[in-house]
Design a binder for this molecule. Sequence first.
Ligand code: SF4
Ligand SMILES: [Zn+2]
Length: 332
Amino acid sequence: MLLMISDFSERPLACWRGKERFEGRILECLTVIFRTSGCCWNQCLMCSYRHERFTGTLSPESYEKNLLSQLAWIREHHQPDEYQMVKFFTSGSFFDPREIPPDVRNRIASAFHGKIVIAETRPEFVNEESVLPFLLAIDDGSWKTPLFCAIGLETSDDLVREKCIRKGFLFSDFTQAAARAHESGVGVKAYLLFKPLFLTEREALEDMKASIKAAMQYADLISLNPCTVQNRTDLEWYWKRGAYRPPYLWSVLEILQDSPVHLTCDPVGGGRQRGAHNCGTCDDVIVQGIRDYSLTADRDLITSLRETECECKEEWHYILNQEMPFCMPLTG
Ligand code: SF4
Ligand SMILES: [Zn+2]
């Protein structure tokens, strides 16, 4: 995987090449994180992307010019015939017109004509006015669904999303956004967050199993994101005080096996203290296996990884059975 992180505002925040499974095929994928004015919500407890924003004042013209120069940089460094899929992230929502003004969005669409585009956005920005022109501009007839809105649903449980993530929207906001996307011929990808703050390992496991079953009714693609401890977040504050542990990789395997649909999963920071991890001995082979499963959808691989012997498996069973819930007060 070729990864480039940039400090120059004329370049995207990050841009790298990788592979993605899509409709039974493995495609070359370009992932782009645009540097923008930042997330309009800016409150999620585990998120550090929200800190990545332009500071100071930029006139609307300079701001647009800057985004276009990021686009030019991408085009110059990655030849379009080298990849079929593009994933767009910003430090917030791709379809928020304050972050990516419609004129710039149109230019981005023309630049990626013929590609499958997966663009991350909060649900409130999914509407016909924003997604349909983009879909029409990228569609060259090669793909049945060339555009997907990727929404950080995180969980199907509204209480968990409010108290443990502070996401600021409801499951019904997600389902309504999914309906609006589908009405415009746009697909939906759901990102699920495995083990936010304040949940025990077992609670988090059950939360994910239920969330997958709920999300698959509305989403065409689902990505399982084991939570990582990012810098300068509320989650990090708790982690540093021993009040949070990222999930076990054993749990990730159980969720992947239990899921009725194939999930993509890239355990960022997997095997490290800030990412999903086991004991340090068995981690590398499991993390690699999870990445391989994302591409191959080979369930036998998950079965054999779950059968791997390691002393920490007993610890994991103990944690699942003995960890006590975080006793949040029910009244204020
Ligand atoms: S997770 Fe998304 S919605 Fe939440 S603060 Fe970060 S960028 Fe904003
Ligand atoms: Zn182990």
